[in-house]
Design a protein around this ligand. Sequence first.
Ligand SMILES: Nc1nc2c(c(=O)[nH]1)N[C@H]1C(S)=C(S)[C@@H](COP(=O)(O)OP(=O)(O)OC[C@H]3O[C@@H](n4cnc5c(N)ncnc54)[C@H](O)[C@@H]3O)O[C@H]1N2
Ligand code: MOO
Length: 403
Amino acid sequence: MALMPVSDALASVLAGAEPLAEEMVALDDAFHRVLARDVAARRTQPPAAMSAMDGYAVRAGDAAKIDSELTLIGEVAAGRPFAGTVGAGEAVRIFTGGVVPDGADAVVIQEDTVADGKRITIKEAAIAGRHIRPAGVDFSEGDVLLRARTRLTERDLALAAGMNHPRLPVHRRPMVAILATGDELVMPGATPGPGQIVYSNGYALHALARSEGAETVDLGIAADTLEATTAGIRRGREAGADILVTTGGASVGDHDLVQQALKAEGIAMAFWKIAMRPGKPMMHGRLGAMRVIGLPGNPVSSYVCGFLFLVPLIRALSGGSMIHHRRERAVLGRDVGANDQREDYLRARLETRDDGTLTAFPVNHQDSSLLANLAAAQALLVRAPFAPRAEAGALCEVLRLPA
Ligand SMILES: Nc1nc2c(c(=O)[nH]1)N[C@H]1C(S)=C(S)[C@@H](COP(=O)(O)OP(=O)(O)OC[C@H]3O[C@@H](n4cnc5c(N)ncnc54)[C@H](O)[C@@H]3O)O[C@H]1N2
Ligand code: MOO
């Protein structure tokens, strides 16, 4: 049977994946969330002309000549404007962030003056507008400075605060529930019995999902029985998961029960088995509103499929505009053989040569159980189905893994 191409599988996973509902969150909670609406400034910044320096607010015409003498008539500090007007031959002491008083049109920095009581002698000619930030030079009330679908950076948060927004409208985070399966799994730190394996897949998947902004729920490890697997799936639904991720039990063995349990629960299956290595037995479908991604159990397969399918799905539900991983051009660091019908995602180390060329070195052993090689890799080198043998130095495409 022909396996489904990776691009079709990804399109199927993303079909109908609209941003989740909007919620208001405090600025501190909005970091890396996706804006649900355009946000306009609620105020003008600065609200009035303000001094950029510590010095004296003057009329430029009065202080255009070296050794002009002016009379000090008052002081303005940040937050405490001067009520009067600067008249001919007058100066007002001003500090950075102070509102430029009426009448003044320049600031002379204090290093360019000599003060003697109320007599201020100018030592550097004033220029109109100098050291003054005009009202609204940053932004004006009503300016739309943050757009819907923006993933908020720390600078955006500062801007939103400056625009006087204590809270922002963002899309709800997708909730990802992760269910492991397998009688052989024991938790890290336990003493594995004969033939037992230490549970590892979930650690990478939880961290990956969280780093993409999802909330995660751990549904634990289901034993290899239909009852236990079904109970795990139901816990995911009860938790209100937007996405249920299962790991293991996806293949054709007698103990691979995930698909059977999902079918018994009424899944609308979109696909099972894709033309990809690692990750061939991956499955996908919908259980009501909950999207299900059934990952293979091999640790590398579960991670690579999580990276390629779960991450874009989380991004789409989160509302972001950058959903897809970006492929980068690189050159092969060593020869690779011809590929078969499965699109290959080879674990590779990356080096940047002195001339800026990115070079990808596929690790020697690509078996999908090898966690050490996965951890040592910085990228996945993508080999198209039936790609011919390629030699070191040939162009290739890589997907960078999260640092
Ligand atoms: N006759 C066939 N056999 C297999 C096929 C096939 O097409 N025909 N596909 C192979 C491929 S490709 C993969 S990938 C695996 C995936 O199988 P399962 O999804 O059923 O995975 P399991 O059998 O449950 O586990 C595989 C392996 O991974 C270990 N594992 C499982 N879960 C975890 C976990 N949470 N943490 C750490 N390690 C885990 C498990 O102990 C097994 O060693 O099937 C091939 N077989
Ligand atoms: O697809 Mo499996 O993931 O090759 O080992």
